[in-house]
Structure formats: C-alpha cells, structure tokens
Design a protein around this ligand. Sequence first.
Ligand code: BTN
Length: 311
Amino acid sequence: MFMSVKSRILQELRSHSAVLSGEQLSAMLGVSRVSVWKHIHKLKALGYEIRIFANGYQLINSPDVIYPWEFPNRESNFIYHPEVPSTMDIAKQLARKQCPEFTVVIAERQTRGRGRLNREWLSDAGGLYFTMVLRPQIPLLFSSRINFLASLTLTHILREMLQIEAMVKWPNDILVNGRKISGMLSELETEADRILFINIGIGINVNNDPTRAEPTASSLKLIAGKEISRKELLSRFLDKFEYQMKHADFDAIISEWKNVAVTLNRHVRIVTNTGESQGIAVDVDENGALVLKLRDGSYKKVVYGDCFHQG
Ligand code: BTN
C-alpha cells in the first residue's frame, strides 16, 4: 500500500503523544532529516498544529481536512482538488483512461456543481463533494441498485455517527427532518451490455449553510448544532460502501432501502426531462423504479426524475 511521507509522518506523530525527534522520524521513515523538516513545515502551512522543540516535533491538532494523506488506505486513488468546476467531469476523464476502481475525486468547492435534471448543486466550502469511479461486474439492468446501495449506506452512517433520523427520498436524496442534506448523481458508460464504469457523485451539506439559496435544504452542522468532522464522515462512508460493494446481497438492497424511505404511500409529483406525473407512490420495484398509482387507478413506473412530496 502506497503511503506518502506526509501520511507516514502524521501516523508516527499521532501514535506518539510525546515529542519525536527528527532523527527518530528519519530512521522510522527511511528519509533524510532535511526531508522530515521540509514535510513538517509543509504540514504546518496546511493548518496542522505541530510544535517544534529543540529536541523534535509534537502534533497538537489536525485541521478537518480531506487531503489524500488523511486516507492512508486509499491515498494513491484519492484525487484532491481545492476547487474544480465539477468532480463528475474529472472522474469521467479518469474512468475513460482506465483509472483503478474506487478512485475518488474530491473537491473543497465546485464552481459548476451539477444536480439531477441539469440543476445546479451549490458547492460552498464546508461541504463534501466527491465522485467515486466504480466498475461493478453486474448486469446492466441492476446498475441502479448501486445508487440505492450508496444512499442506503450513507443513511446508516449518518444515523450511527450523529444519532439523527436520516431518511431517503426517491431516488437517492437524503433528508433529515424533511430537509435535504445530500444528493447523488450517477453517470454510466457501457460497451454493448457491459458496464464500463458507473460514477457516483455525492454532495453532502456538512458544515456549509445552503439555506439562503435553498430554503428546503439544511446541513449536518445546522441540524446537530456543532461542526461535524468531514474527514471522519467521508472515511466511514467510503470504507463501508466499498465493503458493501463486495459483500452486499444485491437482491436485498431495495427492500432495505424501503425501510428508511419517506416517499412511499405519499402523494408525489415526479418531474422528468420530458414532463411530469402525479400520483401515490405505492412501491419501488426491484431495480429502483418508482411505482405510481395514478388518479384513474392505473399504475405507472418512473425510472428517473425528481420527486416532490405533495403532503
Ligand atoms: C441532486 O440531488 O440533484 C444530485 C446532486 C449531486 C451533487 C454531487 S456533488 C459531487 C458531484 N459533482 C457534481 O457536480 N455533482 C455531484
């Protein structure tokens, strides 16, 4: 497993609460003392509180940052940018160039963050904005289950980590107290019937405040009343989702998703690129399509769109 010098310095400083000398660090890492010194100064410039004593270094505090070296188990496949138009575009280019599965592209801010149906996704500093490149070996028909697995996993992580009642709204929004705190967008490329990649982009309102522009949205900080560690949330989500991609029972995903859904048995309006439908959301089928009961008593399946609860 590749680990950068920064990652290894932080690992050693974190596991030794006492002062570590430049000589010890240089011997542990197999790099020169000058190299240790340079990296320590770079880390300080990046916001790490490191005390420098005559006899060595001590880590006092780490900022809540999402630099690749904070994710040692996935550092080489973790593409970090302070600002990009959209992580979706970068992930697509990388996926087309055969980047490894589970490459994660992440940005502190996006200037042209995209939501479903070509809407804008506000991406101010403080949120999490990332796209994962996946290459599942599953039939194309089942591909949408991956999105449902992602929203289900994130819902469970939010519940465990923050003790909040996170719920999913069809297709893959996450709401808390009826307010949207996360949305997902996926892009897929195929060759004949084979999935080449599915890129899942996730935006989570963590410590940002989206309410001025989006009154129906909220953020985890506003809900919990305190700053939330983006690093911990992201790391817990990525680890659990990657595990679930390998081990989950794909036939059970939709029924588990329904257990935490707010959309069923409600009157909804579904907006798609081509029009809109209204009815009662009676079910979600095995591949994630929403089953609507229309006013005339007939049923209609919707595979894609935006869902508005009508009461
Ligand atoms: C939605 O709810 O409409 C989907 C929002 C998806 C936003 C994420 S943020 C990371 C990735 N990059 C984007 O431009 N969009 C997705």
